[in-house]
Design a binder for this molecule. Sequence first.
Ligand SMILES: *Cc1c(COP(=O)(O)O)cnc(C)c1O
Length: 350
Amino acid sequence: MPGSLTPVPPAALRLEIDRAALADNWRVLDRHSGTARAGAAVKADAYGIGARVAAPVLREAGCADFFVAHWAEAAELVGLVPPGAISVLHGPLTAADAGFARALGVKPVINSLAQARLWLAAGGGVCDLMVDTGINRLGLPPGELGDEAIARLDIDVLLSHLASADEDSPLNGVQLARWRAAHRVVRHRRASLANSAGIILGSDYHGDVTRPGLALYGGVPRAELAGQIRQVARPQAALMQVRNLQAGDTVGYNATFTAPGPMRVGVIALGYADGYLRCWSGVGAMRDGGARLPVLGRVSMDMTVIDLGAAPMLREGDWIEADYALPEASAASGLSQYELLTLLGRRFAR
Ligand SMILES: *Cc1c(COP(=O)(O)O)cnc(C)c1O
């Protein structure tokens, strides 16, 4: 602690991570991956769960391939999983990136001829290769796979990424065919196409390694997975203050809620700066066991006010939990399940 040896007291806000649920979700997705082995997308701090919390749990469950987006995210995993098990999806943009990958021993995902040449010029080594089969984001177009720079690469995983795996779209079959065609052009050890939703599209899509992210962390991208994926992230907050309102009293900025009669309400340290966005105003709720405690008025930056009517025994200092099961929370808030996870901010104790 800079300037102080006094420990910082714990926040009145925490993200409870259900490690057993995370491991179970990996096993469910590994089983659905058939003869392929499930890896794990742990980019964006494992979708907000905390990469340093998630990676050891996933590794213990049997995961042997970890996908991040940024170099700093790879550095965070070193020491927790073998460096050779880490793939950096964005690949090298500069010689410094390539040097960093070689120093750490992590695999860059090569996404273009320029990246292939940069990697070779830095000395090369084992890498992965992303072929673009229709998402038009990162990846080599199939027409460039015959280039001599690609022939010189030492490719472990030949990847592609599905644009619409969460829908029954004709694009899935188109991407599958292009990914398969690439297998015949590029020398590689293993192939990978499916994200969480892609795993459910069936064995044609599995290759050797699958790359679930969302469903590991409790997201349900396709109805087929409903009932099989457990909630992992549980935002919890302590009641900072209990207040008694009278009829006509209003709550929060712009006074958007007016008490219809006497009410007991609570203030919690959860706000939009923590990723509990204003779309939850008048929509979201906390839980105390079975009791539902609706959000009253506007969510503020650092605080939210809730109705304690259904839980009269609650007192200051008691902990309650946000209604945050991802499929339901997404339907209620209009945010995607991905956004709901990755929004969760730094002020949560994890
Ligand atoms: C994020 C990502 C994944 C994981 O996708 P989910 O939909 O979260 O399962 C897999 N592959 C790539 C290339 C990604 O960028």
